[in-house]
Write a protein that binds this ligand. Structure first.
Ligand code: XMP
Length: 512
């Protein structure tokens, strides 16, 4: 995959958004760290460079930089916020330090000149500012295209070269026509082609995989029923056919009926996935364990052990498929300051070295919403594409304290009622993730004429976009009442239901 646009990551919180907005215009863009940019410039496909914002000031000693003069010799350049200030600074303009703090909406009422970059944008125009430094004087050869109503330079360009700068953030939704503005840069300034589509992506990945995997070599992969691993597996399977071997490990800690449902869904789309029932192994390894981190460790090790045992049965297994996605790659690249460093998936970490397997990660440049679009294109059913996230350790981290088969059963039943009712009431897709937690607490109740002394459960339902932050879902009271009644009436062993109203932060989504 060769990008048409590079977004230089100077560390702003919005850099990923810039890439997403570019890609929403069907132009493939990648994020690069400033120190790595030279490795990416020898690419015939490359048509433009976007410089991101940054928490730094151009005057800071450690401020991240690229040579904008050199880049502009070869490509159109668009600087956003800090990126715009860096252009102004390097070309000899004046950047005022910290004296024009501006956070929030600002209005552009008129354009100083017409230009293809701003063509078709209606006025007045609301843009989103977030800066303290500001450009006070443009360098020689540059001109202003717009100021805000507070007289802040909002848009500028070089008179003869394709160099643009915007002080506001076109990538955030609060800026009106932000995507239109980026489209003008991409198509009218850079001459990009709108070729980034799921169909193109799948075709290209299939070719890459076919070229990588030798004719006698096989690919093994653990799939979870979630969107990432399922989409990745489908692409790999399309590329190598019968040499793809998928495994679904039933840890015994899944939702009620889920392993069968997932295997059925795979069957339906013709993806060869073998169900490995290892529930007894997992449950006995977890006996008497109460510490959450120890539960995770045990499950992680067990998972590798079980998967390795199965994978070793495949003669010619040389490759390990994984559903790693772009945010994982960016995260680890940024933290290690190396673009080529990959975070290996926790579930099968360590296995590639041990079994001498090489990795195939067809989704490592996709955002989650793009993975879904590719999944739709591939014809994957909603049971996979819209499935709520579910943690690898499964119900083990939703049974607080010691895990027993009886507790797993109780929790599975309660969880099944909650999820089924979310679906029936049209709330499943509204909620980002939901589940039930079995508490290590028994409480007193009355059923009919007799006193009960049984477990309490907590319902958890959150709204989120990426799981990094989350808010508790304001589910209707009547709905919650109904769920609570059904759980208590139908499940012998649970006599109290509470609803978790903690957001993240300060809480986490899971309780353990
Ligand atoms: P927390 O609880 O950290 O969860 O707010 C954020 C998201 O991550 C999932 N999660 C896990 N997923 N292994 C996983 O594969 C884990 O150990 C794990 N712990 C939490 C959680 O379900 C939520 O979607």
């Amino acid at each position: 995959m060769r990008p048409q646009v590079l977004v230089v990551d100077f560390g702003s919180q919005y850099t990923q958004l810039i890439v997403r907005r570019v890609r929403e215009n069907n132009v493939y863009a990648e994020l690069v760290l400033p120190e790595n940019i030279n490795h990416y410039l020898e690419n015939d496909n490359l048509k433009g460079i976007i410089l991101s914002g940054s928490p730094f000031s151009v005057y800071d000693k450690d401020a991240p930089i690229v040579n904008t003069k050199q880049l502009a010799e070869q490509f159109p350049v668009l600087g956003i916020c800090y990126g715009a200030q860096l252009i102004a600074f390097q070309w000899g303009g004046v950047v005022g330090r910290g004296d024009t703090r501006e956070f929030g909406p600002s209005i552009i009422k008129q354009f100083e000149k017409q230009d293809p970059f701003i063509h078709g944008i209606p006025l007045p125009w609301k843009v989103w500012m977030s800066h303290s430094d500001a450009i006070k004087k443009l360098p020689e050869g540059f001109e202003a295209l717009a100021y805000t109503e507070n007289d802040i330079l909002a848009i500028f360009k070089h008179k003869d070269k394709a160099i643009y700068g915007v002080q506001f953030h076109p990538e955030v939704v609060h800026t009106e026509h932000g995507s239109h503005l980026l489209a003008r840069f991409l198509f009218d300034v850079c001459g990009c082609e709108p070729t980034w589509t799921p169909a193109e992506f799948v075709q290209e990945q299939e070719e890459i995989i076919r070229n990588l995997v030798g004719p006698d070599e096989h690919v093994v992969m653990a799939v979870s029923g979630g969107v990432d691993s399922s989409v990745a597996a489908t692409i790999i399977h399309r590329a190598v056919g019968h040499r793809f071997h998928g495994f679904f490990v039933d840890t015994g800690l899944m939702r009620k009926g889920e392993p069968t449902e997932i295997i059925e869904a795979y069957k339906h789309i013709g993806l060869p996935v073998e169900l490995i029932d290892a529930s007894n192994e997992f449950l006995s390894a977890l006996q008497d364990v109460t510490d959450p981190e120890q539960k995770r460790r045990i499950i992680g090790h067990k998972f590798i052990e079980v998967f390795e045992r199965e994978a070793r049965k495949i003669k010619g297994a040389k490759w390990l498929g994984q559903g790693t996605i772009y945010p994982d790659v960016i995260e680890s690249a940024a933290s290690e300051s190396k673009a080529d460093k990959i975070k290996s998936h926790h579930n099968v970490g360590g296995l590639p070295e041990k079994m001498n397997l090489r990795l195939i990660e067809p989704l490592r440049f996709l955002f989650k919403d793009e993975v879904r679009k590719v999944g739709e294109y591939l014809g994957l059913p909603d049971t996979i594409l819209k499935r709520h996230p579910f943690p690898g350790p499964g119900l083990a981290i939703r049974i607080i304290g010691e895990i027993t088969p009886e507790k797993v059963k109780l929790l599975q039943e309660a969880d099944a009622i909650f999820i089924q009712m979310l679906r029936e009431h049209g709330l499943y897709d509204y909620v980002w993730q939901a589940g039930v937690i079995l508490l290590p607490v028994k409480t007193v109740g009355v059923m009919g004429d007799s006193r009960t002394y049984q477990y309490a459960v907590a319902l958890r339902a959150v709204l989120s976009t990426d799981g990094m932050t989350a808010d508790w879902a304001r589910l209707p009271h009547e709905f919650l009442a109904h769920v609570s009644n059904r759980i208590i009436n139908e499940i012998e062993g649970i006599n109290r239901v509470v609803y978790d109203i903690t957001s993240k932060p300060p809480g986490t989504i899971e309780w353990e």
